[in-house]
Design a protein around this ligand. Sequence first.
Ligand SMILES: [Zn+2]
Length: 294
Amino acid sequence: MRRDPSAARAVGLVALVVTVLLGTAYALGRSLVPDPPASSVTTSATGPHYADQPPADDSSRQGTPGGDRSPAPAEAGQDGGVDPSGTPGATGTAGPFGAQTTSGTSLVALTFDDGPDPQYTPQVLALLRRHQVRATFCVVGENAQNHPDLIQAIVADGHTLCNHSWNHDVNLGRRSPEVIRADLLRTSAAIRAAVPGAPIAYYRQPGGAWTGPVVSVARELGMTPLHWTVDPSDWSAPGAGRIATMVVTNVEPGSVVLLHDAGGDRQGTVDALYRILPSLTSRFQVEALPDGGT
Ligand SMILES: [Zn+2]
């Protein structure tokens, strides 16, 4: 019995139609299912959020990914050592443009940037309280203005305040001294509106993009320019495990640890604290940076 060629053609045609229909259905199905977020990594360069990844021209992210202990060794004056005298700006504590990179003592300092944030800052505060750890919060002016209650909670728990510019302008250091001064003053005013009289002893430049003028203006306004020693890149949301491992394996006496309680999805950072806090407190004295207040 020979197969009818026309029947074979018909079968082929049906197969083709089925294939096309399936393809259409697949495409339709995809269009009906909402796409997952483009990436689990918050790309703060394009998003509305900000974080302290240095700008492209900053050298502190060069080197081994994940193993970075910024600032890069190439930074002038940064040799990774801790000056036992603890003199800010002295060799060993001097970071980019003289910004302080270590606590200057054996104390380990946790710093939380970009907040306050109504979702994450309360979680961070609760965990710090549970482990009786005081930290340093580098807050953004507009967030301080929007969440004065959180600024009050930070101060009520005995943490140190740090000015982190009005709206996280990573290019602030390139602006005129007058613009820089106005930005820092506006930020400090927003903080003080929430907590009148509270000391704001530090300034941290967004992105770690320090310049001579921004360091000078911060000092002029009575704030110590504060960089960091250990950066687990939590702004890129690498997951709680990686954040925690980076911190617990790289911290040494005098380390200033850069973390974020705002500026994107920070649940990984919050979750990492469940490991970071017991580990660090068992090995080091973890404290807020001194705010010079009484
Ligand atoms: Zn920041």
